[in-house]
Ligand binder design. Structure first.
Ligand SMILES: [Zn+2]
Length: 124
């Protein structure tokens, strides 16, 4: 459906717009006192688009790897799910043998990305 090209300036503007919609839509995490800080990283690390660190309560957006509005919204939704999830279970699932593909929190975060159009519509 929507595959608009975005540039650096757009990305910053869009991040502000869509992260606030994501916050309103999903609400506050039980595991943190505030919404996550969003950090724009200039590096190009493989195909990595986003990352969440629960210690810093920070979402990193690797904006150079993001080429469309859909990807940006998917990334914000995905990382926000990790903000909502329990940090101790995030670790525990790995300890009992899950990998990135099978980790229930990753599966949940990828599934939630499919609702990107909902966020896009609310914000538009
Ligand atoms: Zn993830």
């Amino acid at each position: 459906m929507i595959k608009r090209e975005v540039n650096q300036k757009d990305i910053l503007e869009y991040v502000k717009k869509y992260i606030s919609t994501v916050e309103d839509h999903y609400g506050l995490s039980k595991h943190h006192l505030t919404t996550p800080y969003v950090y724009m990283n200039d590096e190009k690390i493989g195909e990595l688009k986003g990352e969440y660190c629960y210690i810093l309560n920070e979402i990193t957006v690797y904006w150079k790897n993001i080429t469309s509005l859909e990807e940006l919204i998917r990334t914000l939704i995905h990382e926000y799910q990790h903000y909502l999830q329990s940090p101790s279970w995030m670790t525990r699932y790995y300890n009992i043998g899950h990998d990135y593909e099978s980790h229930p929190y990753e599966v949940a975060a990828f599934n939630e990305e499919e609702n990107w159009k909902t966020i896009w519509k609310i914000a538009s």
